[in-house]
Design a protein around this ligand. Structure first.
Ligand SMILES: [Zn+2]
Length: 249
């Protein structure tokens, strides 16, 4: 069975908020390794201002620690970063995609919508993080459904099945990543919520920041409503984690 490791690949300190993590998944399978999001990378740690710029560092509260990179986390697990064959990105924001350059041979799986906004030069993304020309594989609209939601099938050859689940709004092509675990599923929701408490608290204070950082706030709210429904109706079949809530790591 594909083993799933939960690893922190970045720390953000935003005044007035709890410490924020970058909760990535590492899938360990006989066929190799795969990451769900990849946090900050070694190059970000070594050249933060040159790559990200001071205004973005200050806004997001980036902290730069080499142990908070996917490469070092994988090594700490006794695994080989060169075995990472696939990277799934919920979206391509700088705190999710910075580690890509550390895995130039991996295939990068992302929605076609997200990748096309990146290629079109959307302001929120950091082009230098993609200068190494990642090996993209994009996924467009699909007929398949998963608990009533559109599901885009990824063929990895891993024992676990992996699906991209559109949860648009935070960005225009933002997706969750669903991974089968025996009879259950783990859904990584990316930034579809920042804090798990948003699933049960419709007036959570973090909502204002989430609204401000959403490319399509109505879409973000619809995606959050979808997650609330899934969490309520299918708790016995689906586990859910987000990217930034330290309590879930
Ligand atoms: Zn994020």
């Amino acid at each position: 069975m594909t083993r799933i490791h939960h690893i922190n690949c970045g720390t953000l300190l935003v005044p007035g908020y709890p410490t924020v993590v970058c909760h990535c998944l590492l899938l360990e399978d006989p066929q190799g390794l795969a990451l769900v999001d990849c946090g900050i990378g070694l190059l970000d740690v070594r050249q933060p201002v040159e790559r990200l710029g001071q205004p973005l560092i200050d806004l997001a509260g980036f902290q730069f620690h080499e142990h908070d990179t996917a490469v070092r986390r994988i090594e700490a697990l006794g695994l080989n970063p060169d075995d990472v064959r696939h990277i799934f990105l919920t979206h391509v924001d700088p705190d999710h995609a910075g580690g890509l350059a550390d895995f130039p041979n991996a295939t990068v799986h992302v929605s076609v919508e997200e990748q096309s906004h990146l290629q079109a030069g959307h302001w929120r993304y950091v082009p230098v993080q993609f200068a190494h020309q990642p090996k993209w594989k994009t996924y467009g609209p699909s007929e398949r459904t998963w608990f009533g939601l559109e599901a885009r099938t990824v063929s990895l050859g891993f024992e676990a099945e992996v699906l991209l689940i559109p949860l648009f709004g935070h960005t225009l092509g933002h997706c969750g990543v669903a991974i089968s675990e025996g009879n259950r599923w783990l859904l990584h929701v990316g930034d579809a919520y920042y804090l798990r408490a948003e699933l049960t608290d419709a007036n959570h204070p973090v909502d204002a920041m989430a609204a401000q950082r959403a490319d399509d706030d109505a879409g973000r709210r619809a995606s959050l409503a979808t997650l609330r429904r899934l969490a309520h109706d299918h708790a016995d079949e689906i586990d859910m984690v987000g990217y930034h809530d330290i309590t879930e790591l």
